[in-house]
Design a protein around this ligand. Structure first.
Ligand code: HSE
Length: 423
């Protein structure tokens, strides 16, 4: 194999993991590493600090560099840097889910025009191979459904809430102390990270571009210890699920929200920071991919894997891996959440008066919502009662309308939560 010259942009946890793994592959020569802070002390044995620059354009404009590895993240200024790299005919290996979900379309178009390849196995579910399998060996399939746990931070928090009966706030601060959650956890706990990943995965699986702004997204911040407890009593656990499906009319339903997942379901068994992707297609049937969705070593497996695949293809051809080239021109017609059909978990606090359950049942019936389970366990000290309802499959807009009407009654104090259910 001839020697390929690479530049690395970003030298945090993942960048350092990539650097270390590349020491075992002498056919790849690291020419430069772009960092934010050139004076920061690096705990790497025999590290040559002359590799460092704080100007990423020294990499993307360097005529000697063949491939740019981007593990810096973010859209600004990374997008402009990568566009320059592509215009300079450099192939890209990136882990940047946010950039691909928001600006992938432009970047891939530019890559096509410049006949370069962009690989991004590490952008979705860290170390789990999913992009390459979908693009290559599964290409004979019509994939119609994905249900996945794509965010390790939230899965860790929800697992600890369930196992140790913690509040969301306590589980989050413990996750932050242990390094599972960032100081500003918004990107993870509000579902943005999972939304970027399901946008990328749905685009390549369903063959149509997904508009990130049309993905319905809810995070886990509203999950209460009481929801986890009620879910457990009813045979469920709560998970942040990213899903994508092709409906019978060809519309595409892509969303991220917490769900009650039946304990027997494979995704219910995925704990802590682990990620898992269930994918259904014809003719392959159901597939499950499970593993580490983050961390220096698993993520470097995907980055360096992409790099070595690209290197071996470049060995024999100047236009490598035609299967991985982005071909999607059309945008998907994405369905609005109000038009989706789901089973629901509804937690309601009622005042302790006769007729509250009757009222809930009557209003649900009026809105075409069939209740499958209703649970109330005694009366609280403040003379209120918690009522939990599980519905059969109902239309989201009907459920929202029913809840509005339920809330108008003076027998009802508040709607504590509305979650969707996966059996
Ligand atoms: N922050 C992500 C997670 C990992 O918690 O899964 C990187 O995408």
């Amino acid at each position: 194999m001839k020697s390929l010259k690479v530049g690395i942009i970003g030298f945090g946890t993942v960048g350092t993991g990539v650097y270390k793994l590349l020491q075992s592959f002498p056919q790849i020569e690291i020419k430069k590493i772009a960092v934010k802070n050139i004076n920061k002390k690096r705990e790497i044995e025999n590290f040559n600090t002359e590799l460092l620059t704080d100007n990423p354009y020294e990499i993307v404009n360097n005529p000697e560099i063949d491939i740019v590895i981007e593990v810096a993240g973010g859209v600004n200024p990374t997008f402009d840097i990568l566009m320059t790299a592509v215009k300079n005919k450099k192939h890209i290996v990136t882990a940047n889910k946010e950039l691909l979900a928001k600006k992938g379309s432009e970047l891939f178009q530019c890559a096509k025009e410049n006949k370069v390849i962009i690989l991004y196995e590490a952008a979705v579910a860290g170390g789990i191979p999913i992009i390459m399998p979908v693009k290559t060996i599964l290409c004979a399939n019509k994939i119609n459904k994905i249900a996945a746990i794509l965010n390790g931070t939230t899965n860790y928090i929800l697992t600890k809430m369930a196992e140790k009966e913690l509040s969301y706030e306590t589980a989050l601060s413990q996750a932050q102390e242990l390094g599972y959650a960032e100081t500003d956890p918004t990107g993870d706990v509000e579902g943005y990270d999972a939304a970027y990943k399901i946008a990328i995965l749905s685009t390549i699986s369903f063959g149509k571009k997904i508009d990130i702004n049309k993905i319905y997204r809810e995070g886990i911040t509203k999950i209460k210890a009481q929801d986890i407890k009620s879910a457990k009593e009813l045979g469920y656990t709560i998970k942040l699920i990213a899903m994508g499906q092709v409906l019978d009319d060809g519309k595409i339903d892509v969303r991220v929200h917490p769900m009650l997942v039946a304990k027997k379901h494979l995704l219910a068994k995925v704990k802590n920071a682990t990620n898992s992707i269930m994918l259904s297609g014809y003719p392959v049937g159901d597939l499950v991919f499970t593993g580490a969705g983050a961390g220096a070593e698993p993520t470097s497996s995907s980055v360096v894997g992409d790099l070595l695949v690209l290197a071996s293809d470049l060995e024999v051809s100047n236009s490598p891996m035609p299967l991985t080239v982005c071909r999607h021109e059309e945008y998907a017609e994405q369905i609005d959440i109000g038009d989706t059909y789901n089973e629901y978990y509804i937690a309601i606090t009622a005042t302790n008066n006769p007729g509250a359950i009757g009222l809930i049942g009557t209003i649900c019936g009026k809105h075409n919502i069939n209740i499958s389970t209703i649970m109330q366990k005694g009366i609280n000290e403040d003379n209120t009662a918690e009522i939990v309802v599980i519905t059969e499959k109902s239309k989201e807009s009907d459920v929202q309308n029913a809840l509005k009407e339920i809330l108008e009654s003076d027998r009802i104090k508040c709607i504590d939560n509305l979650l969707r259910v996966m059996n």
